[in-house]
Design a protein around this ligand. Structure first.
Ligand code: ZN
Length: 332
């Protein structure tokens, strides 16, 4: 369990960390997904990705935080590093799916012979999703995760809008649905719900990460439930009726009463209204690639992740290939 001294409300604790690594990559012919042509799923030496595993293999679940101007520590990586990760995964035959798709065994967005990868983005920073005003119209800032993702999708239509955003709706320092004040990358408070709705409308999954990132093991049961219920309520305000299925533990800390991470309820003392939540999957902050949902040992109620900084991504992909432990979709 990671218990690092990082706290969003107070800003990030920064640790020394190397820059993005550059590992040799296998290149695929790429770009032909959806054609039903299995021959696309090979690298430049003509080897099939299926040599590296089967559908019982493991699936990388990547955990990102801030993607900004430069790499600083484990929780802030540069846009250059993020772009590198997109290209690396694309070339190595990975295509994105959401946590909900993983749990549902829904690999319809992964061409046979290729592998799924799950991107998760925590903490709803404006670096992940900002708008800019252009002639009275709102446009997605290309220098944000969403801006880069959309551009990558336009270049590679077989890389779809599939990622899971674990959001905060009331944290400080701009971590309130991607920024609630012009001092955070010029973000206006009234754009918050629009961003959450855009994600839901465009193929992404919205995941609850509590109200303001409370470290849940430090609080009594009623506060734990308030944090999770109010996070869900805020998402529902942005996208009425949205079914939140995934919940990410702030700092990876389980509540003392662990079942409350999945189910609970909270009554608003002002209105007397009770909100219940039922999270299907709880995301941890570490633990390495996830088991295949076809593996009898797969537990959909909690899924492990890997924080992506330094060479963590390259090391994980290399290890999966070398040990032939990679999930490769067989299309069946
Ligand atoms: Zn977090």
């Amino acid at each position: 369990m990671m218990m690092r001294s990082v706290c969003l409300a107070a800003g990030f604790a920064l640790a020394a960390c190397g820059g993005p690594g550059r590992a040799a990559t296998a290149e695929s012919a790429g770009g032909e997904a959806g054609s039903g042509h299995k021959a696309v799923a090979v690298n430049t030496s003509g080897r099939s990705f299926a040599e590296y595993g089967t559908r019982l293999g493991k699936i990388p679940v990547l955990e990102y935080h801030v993607v900004g101007d430069s790499t600083r520590g484990q929780f802030i990586i540069s846009r250059e590093k993020f772009q590198h990760d997109l290209e690396l995964l694309y070339e190595r035959g990975y295509r994105p799916i959401t946590v909900a798709q993983l749990v549902d065994k829904d690999f319809s967005d992964v061409p046979p012979g290729m592998s799924p990868v799950v991107f998760t983005f925590d903490d709803a920073s404006p670096e992940q999703f900002s708008y800019v005003e252009q002639n009275g119209q709102l446009a997605i800032d290309p220098k944000t995760v969403i801006g880069m993702w959309v551009a990558f999708n336009q270049k590679h239509p077989d890389w779809k809008n599939r990622a899971t955003f674990c959001v905060l709706s009331g944290a400080q320092a701009g971590h309130n649905f991607f920024g609630d004040n012009p001092k955070w990358r010029g973000q206006k408070r009234e754009w918050r719900f629009q961003k959450i709705k855009w994600l839901a409308d465009n193929g992404f999954e919205v995941c609850n990460h509590t109200l303001w990132h409370a470290q849940l093991n430090k609080y009594p049961d009623n506060v734990v439930q308030e944090q999770i219920a109010r996070g869900q309520l805020a998402i529902d305000s942005a996208v009425p009726g949205y079914k939140v299925r995934t919940f990410a533990l702030p700092l990876g800390a389980w509540p003392k009463n662990r079942p409350l991470a999945w189910r609970g309820s909270w009554t608003d003392p002002k209105s007397g209204k009770t909100t219940s939540y039922a999270n299907e999957t709880v995301l941890e902050v570490s633990g390495g690639p996830a088991k295949s949902p076809f593996d009898p040992a797969f537990d959909k109620t909690k899924v492990t992740r890997t924080i992506i900084s330094g060479n963590a991504l390259e090391q994980m992909l290399d290890h999966l290939d070398k040990s032939k432990a990679r999930f490769v979709w067989d299309g069946k």
